[in-house]
Design a protein around this ligand. Sequence first.
Ligand SMILES: Nc1ncnc2c1ncn2[C@@H]1O[C@H](COP(=O)(O)OP(=O)(O)O)[C@@H](O)[C@H]1O
Ligand SMILES: [Mg+2]
Length: 308
Amino acid sequence: MREEASIGPDLLQRQLEGFLAKLTKKYGDLKGKVEIALRSEVSFKEIGGLARAKQEIQGFVYALKSPELPRKWGTKPHKGILLYGPPGTGKTLLARALAHEAEAVFFHLRVSNVVAKWYADAGELIQEVFLLAKENGRSILFLDELEALTLPAEEARAVGRRIVNTVAENLDDLNAYDQIMAVAASNRVDAVDPLLIQPGRLYRFIEVPLPESDEKREIFRLHQARAEALAGRKLFDALDYDSLLARTVKMSGADLAEIVQRALEEKVRLEGSGEQPGLVTTEDLQRVIESYRRTQEIVEKIRYGQYL
Ligand SMILES: Nc1ncnc2c1ncn2[C@@H]1O[C@H](COP(=O)(O)OP(=O)(O)O)[C@@H](O)[C@H]1O
Ligand SMILES: [Mg+2]
């Protein structure tokens, strides 16, 4: 078994930059497709609700940080997990938090964008990122929007097969590395290739559902607190959450974050136009929620239309 590489952060940073420069030269601009974070900034504390998912992921944090722990209990560290659930529920946040809590380098592969841009060469690029992760020791390899590996069109099938095979082989290889985990996310599990869902590959499934009422309250509060921390002052009046939450049926964490954002933008507009707006009130948020609900249907069609 390979232990964590003991190179310091500066050297690692230089190595990663060198590697990204090489990749960029070979494949063109990687922005929005492949991103590598030495230190992921999202912690569990910034994720509202999802207690079960967080608890399960905490176990992987322990195993990544102390590979002797699984051995002590006669087991092997888990190599691959699949986070599944509707869009905007916190799958990417959870993957980032796993990297953060485990102090692992975060390799973020946006599969849909990688495949869209490089098509037949996507497998090769993904392989190179896996190789780099293996060289660097403790790492999370995040395969975001995994369903995009499955190319639907007839002529794309052979290409899709090759990419899926490459990813499957690379997942198998990870079994020799104690401190690397693959994390995949999808909001369309029906489109995920079954070849990837096998023991030794992605074989732990963590549901990331839409938030319940108390979770929504927590998410609202987190986003309010973040804005207040940024502004360095109080921005929200005491809020009547019960009346707000009643209007947020089927909304995700991303929806709630957007609602808070819009309420604040409204204040910016008012102040810019010479008014002196007060704190954000329940009524302000109710208004935003109503208009958000009206546009939500359209937004969903634009954002996920290709999946409907
Ligand atoms: N459980 C949550 N707690 C706090 N914020 C959330 C939560 N879920 C979603 N968000 C907000 O929505 C944004 C998108 O979430 P993300 O993790 O990218 O969703 P997914 O990957 O499931 O589509 C986050 O950056 C955050 O602002
Ligand atoms: Mg995501």
